[in-house]
Ligand binder design. Structure first.
Ligand code: ATP
Length: 758
């Protein structure tokens, strides 16, 4: 069975789009997800008797094989039909004109463009397929277009809407019926409601945005309450108007906005509704108007105050499109990409063409390219047989190849050590020619849909004809422009809690902002303590990656604020004290990094020492075991378990210590521990002693070697080390200053030792 549905509380555009879809899917049944908008009921009663709608209760849902969704892509707006989306057996076809959000359903077929009405998209298909349209149908379709475009006057109206409307007029569409239906004079209930709303008007200003809120509670049901809100907005000329109307056990929120800063859809989304930037609504199972008003004001405050992030120019229209190409990034704009890498990608694109597959570079490389930051991590995705392509690539590039057959992934290491990761876009269509754009886009889309954030879910095509074409299904480019970290779906953090750390890492690295809904989901995931369920290795890697950022302190602070440190260990907190220590690290590191020979990949350990130093030795032990830190790293962090505080105390003492005594103490401490100690303590003696150790003694050249011991007749063995250490101590303390003195010292002591033995 095939079903055509639209969003709950279906409006005229939904009804018209459903009817238009039924021309393309003649076998499909038309069903409302729940009771439609009163305007729709009114239209059906007066002019729509010819339409066949099937009550939802008469549909055996288990028999549905294909679902055609029009005028929405949001599962939560499908009411009880939402279950069908979760069934992978059901084929989904989606037609929608709403802006893209991360919650969007991705269909097997998607026809998505930001035009004035969804009906317009379907009319274009009807024209393409040369399907006949009767005058009644044309009238309904016209009504759908007119309703959603404010009779072709809203700014979102496009040439496509005008063309479709003109064509429908030619097909006998009756404009008189349309305008009569849309501009009916107010009914007595509507007049009463309008009066009540006007009496309750309240004006507000947040930043430079003026808006009004009206509210009313009525015992009757007033049709087209949204019309009233529009009238109030027109009358009062504020930048936005919000009505809260309590009727029939629900509260309806109706939002109209004439301001770019106040996004009506985004506001209604916070109440489980949706719509457009200029017009949106939500229906709430609530009975307390004041409570809803309070929440509305809070939402408005948050949205308007963070509007700097949301106000950046909108992306080009087709960027919102689900499967349309967006833009081509020309090679000359790849400023942050070394020429050799750009050439390599071009070459791989050609090879992909030879193999008749589609090849993309995805993820962090694309993100950083667009930010103008160099990134040499190449993640490629193949639509087609990835493994066979990896083998071809390895041959051409003379690279070492490792294949992970079960995951259809491969890693290539080039002779210059450049690493390329290659993945296969999951697809049942391997055998088909890759040129089919629909199939191709769907498979890549599946790959991108599994990614963490919109900014990491973009791809650039590498095949020569399309080289540099940006594929951006989730508004990644827009989010990069606005500096926003946004998940692709609501269960993202629950599905994979490593993303909690990743979100914070990217946010702080780029000075971005975790989008408010994403932050809410992230907090919920932290609160649920979900981490324990996940692979410890992956979480540990993310902890290490976060601490390895160029400046990890803001990210540590942010996790602290989000109460996420307890995920690492329940007792872990960011006290003022540990923050102060952490803040000292970059400076100490800059001064001692070279002399203490600290490697790039070990710097995180110093921050870990700073972060964990408030824990007890037992807690540190627990933490290291829990996350299975590699032995070598654990040993360095374990330094905190031993009596480091006592050692700091001893080194800080002003009573002179001989250099050799200091050396013996410091020698046992990992270099990362020494940096940590200097960041921890402000004591000048401690710093001086570590400095001396690092600069002078650690690298001191000994006057003698094993050869000298051999020449003096000492039998080789562990004893050599002991004798050389003795010489070194004397040398450090200044008692030996030449090779001769060293030899003399050795001879004398060897003799004394021999005599002792005798
Ligand atoms: P970085 O600069 O931190 O290395 P990156 O984007 O290269 O950033 P990687 O960890 O190498 O990060 O991951 C490569 C890509 O794989 C990401 O851009 C993202 O698309 C995807 N990815 C990585 N980890 C996850 C995850 N936990 N969930 C979903 N997608 C992920």
């Amino acid at each position: 069975m095939e079903l055509i549905v639209s969003h709950s509380n279906a409006d005229m555009d939904s009804l018209a789009a459903m009817a238009a879809a039924s021309k393309i899917y003649p076998e499909a049944k038309l069903v409302f997800a729940d009771s439609p908008d009163p305007g729709v009921r009114d239209f059906l009663a007066h002019y729509g008797q010819w339409l066949h709608l099937t009550p939802l209760k008469d549909i055996p849902l288990h028999e549905v094989k294909k679902l055609i969704i029009v005028d929405t892509r949001e599962a939560r707006r499908l009411g009880d039909l939402r279950v069908l989306i979760e069934n992978p057996e059901i084929e989904l076809h989606v037609y929608d004109h709403h802006p893209t959000t991360y919650r969007d359903i991705v269909g097997d077929y998607n026809c998505v463009r930001q035009v004035g009405s969804t009906t317009t998209l379907l009319i274009e298909l009807i024209q393409e397929k040369k399907l006949p349209v009767s005058p009644e149908e044309a009238t309904l379709f016209l009504a759908g277009i007119y309703a959603d475009t404010g009779s072709l006057s809203f700014p979102r109206t496009t040439a496509s809407d005008l063309n479709a409307a003109a064509w429908l007029l030619e097909k006998g569409g009756d404009l008189k019926i349309v305008t009569e239906h849309l501009n009916r004079t107010l009914s007595p209930e509507q007049r009463d409601l309008l009066n009540r709303l006007l009496l309750s008007l309240q004006f507000f200003q947040i930043k430079d945005q003026n808006f009004l809120i009206t509210k009313a509670s009525v015992s009757y049901y007033a049709n087209d309450a949204s019309l009233l809100t529009q009238r109030i907005l027109d009358l009062e000329k504020t930048q936005a108007a919000f009505s809260l109307i309590q009727m029939q056990g629900r509260i309806f929120l109706i939002a109209r906005s004439a301001s770019k800063t106040v996004n009506a859809a985004a506001i209604c989304e916070e109440f489980g509704g949706g719509g457009h930037e200029t017009a949106a609504s939500a229906s709430l199972k609530e009975n307390n108007l004041e409570k809803v008003e309070e929440k509305l004001l809070l939402v408005l405050k948050n949205k308007i105050e963070s509007s700097d992030l949301q106000q950046a120019p909108q992306p080009p229209q087709n960027q919102q499109g689900s499967q349309e190409s967006v833009e081509t990034l020309h090679l000359k704009d790849w400023k942050s990409v070394p020429k050799a890498i750009a050439e390599l990608l071009k070459e791989m694109g050609k090879l992909a063409d030879d193999e008749q597959i589609n090849l993309f570079v995805v993820g962090g490389f694309v993100r950083d390219l667009m930010l103008g930051i160099e990134n040499l991590d190449l993640d490629l995705v193949v639509e087609g047989d990835g493994i066979s392509f990896a083998k071809k690539m390895a041959g051409v590039l003379k690279a070492d190849l490792t294949i992970h057959e079960p995951f259809k992934t491969a890693v290539l290491i080039l002779p210059d050590q450049l690493r390329i990761d290659l993945a296969t876009a999951r697809s049942e269509f391997y055998a088909r020619p890759a040129a089919l754009p629909e199939v191709a886009s769907t498979t890549l889309k599946q790959d991108l849909t599994r990614r963490d954030f919109s900014i990491n879910a973009m791809a650039l095509k590498l095949n020569p004809n399309d080289f540099g074409r940006l594929i951006d299904f989730f508004g990644g480019q827009r989010d990069l422009q606005h500096g926003i970290i946004r998940v692709l779906h609501s269960s993202s953090f629950m599905d994979d809690p490593t993303r909690i750390f990743r979100a914070i890492r990217y946010e702080q690295r780029y000075g971005f902002h975790i989008e408010s809904h994403t932050e809410k989901l992230l907090k919920e995931a932290i609160y649920s303590g979900v981490l324990s369920k996940l692979s410890r290795d992956r979480i540990r890697n993310e902890i290490i990656l976060l601490l390895s950022e160029k400046n990890p302190i803001p990210a540590i602070q942010r996790i602290g604020k989000l109460k996420g440190l307890s995920l690492i260990h329940p007792s872990l907190r960011l006290s003022g004290n540990s923050l102060q220590i952490l803040k000292q690290i970059p400076e100490v590191l800059a001064a001692f990094r070279e002399t203490l020979q600290i490697q790039d990949h070990d710097i995180w350990i110093i921050y870990a020492l700073g972060l964990f130093c408030q824990l007890t030795p037992e807690e540190i032990e627990e933490l290291l075991m829990k996350w299975k830190f590699p032995l070598q790293d654990s040993q360095k962090i374990s330094f905190l378990k031993s009596n480091w505080e006592k050692m700091i105390h001893e080194l800080s003492h002003s009573v002179p210590k001989t250099p050799s005594e200091i050396f013996q103490k410091l020698e046992k401490i990992p270099s990362e521990g020494l940096v940590f100690c200097m960041a921890y303590s402000r004591n000048p003696f401690l710093k001086e002693r570590i400095e001396q150790y690092a600069l002078k003694f650690q690298k001191m050249k000994l006057f003698l070697s094993g050869e000298d011991l051999k020449a003096l007749g000492v039998q080789p063995g562990p004893i050599y080390k002991e004798w050389l250490a003795k010489v070194k101590n004397e040398q450090m303390d200044g008692n030996i200053q030449t090779r001769e003195q060293a030899l003399e010292f050795l001879k004398k002591n060897l003799k004394a030792s021999a005599q002792k033995k005798d």
